[in-house]
Design a protein. Structure first.
Length: 255
């Protein structure tokens, strides 16, 4: 009799555990990643190559500024580097001759030290010239705003002929949302949130189509307080080649 009771209790506990662990929650779809991109240098907008609703690829040029002033700065920096390169080569040759004379005993230690100091100064000036050239190249590259990943263009404040400055109180941006990856948002209680892990094999149902979750994250702080207790935001990321608009209802199934 006791054995039968134990078996029944174990069966009830197993069924209860399965009922608790298997959950279907209603939520909504949101972008997996959204960013606001602005130019890194001030200048006049020469071309706006995208509009809201466009699909762009990683590396695609979104906005171009007039590069003339930065191209001139780069030419000056390259010319300065070439001059210091020639001067450095000449100074190294002079030092080698002075070193040879010193080794032969026909040059004083003081004279050799002076030549070493001259060489060090030229080497320092050459290094600064290289850095100036690299900075000029970097600034020129910043006149072209490119997409950091495959994305949808959500909004753009850029207009041809407009002067933009990244240090303005409200800098002009292009808003992008990652294309191909989405996040299903659901609210759960603290106990459920604590029991989730990134490797949980969750699935997302959208308009009758099922997507396999690739990652699950649970928020550390509550986002809503309800009568039944605090709620935590859980995001289940999944991939879809087609556009799913944020706010679309979905159902998330946890194992």
């Amino acid at each position: 009799m006791r054995l039968t009771i134990r078996v029944l209790v174990a069966a009830v506990m197993l069924i209860s555990t399965q009922a608790v662990s298997a959950q279907s929650l209603h939520g909504t779809i949101d972008w997996a990643r959204r960013v606001a991109l602005g130019v890194g240098v001030a200048g006049q907008v020469r071309a706006v190559n995208v509009a809201p609703g466009d699909a762009v690829q990683i590396g695609q040029v979104l906005v171009e500024l007039d590069p003339i002033s930065h191209e001139i700065a780069l030419l000056k920096a390259r010319n300065s580097q070439d001059l210091y390169t020639a001067e450095l080569q000449e100074q190294r040759a002079d030092f080698e001759r002075e070193q040879t004379m010193f080794d032969e005993g026909s040059l004083s230690t003081v004279r050799l030290k002076l030549e070493q100091l001259k060489l060090a100064r030229v080497e320092s000036a050459y290094t600064l010239a290289v850095l100036d050239r690299e900075l000029a190249e970097y600034r020129l590259g910043m006149t072209r705003l490119t997409a950091p990943f495959d994305a949808w263009v959500i909004a753009s404040g850029f207009v041809n002929g407009q002067f933009v400055n990244p240090k303005a109180d409200h800098p002009v941006t292009v808003d992008l949302a990652e294309r191909g990856v989405y996040a299903a948002h659901v609210l759960v209680d603290g106990e459920t949130a604590g029991g989730l892990s990134p490797d949980d094999e969750a699935s997302v149902l959208v308009a009758g189509q099922r997507f396999v979750g690739i990652n699950t994250t649970a928020g550390l702080e509550p986002v809503e307080v309800m009568q039944e207790g605090v709620q935590y935001l859980v995001k289940v990321f999944f991939q879809s080649p087609r556009l799913i608009r944020p706010g679309t209802p979905c159902t998330v199934e946890f194992p």
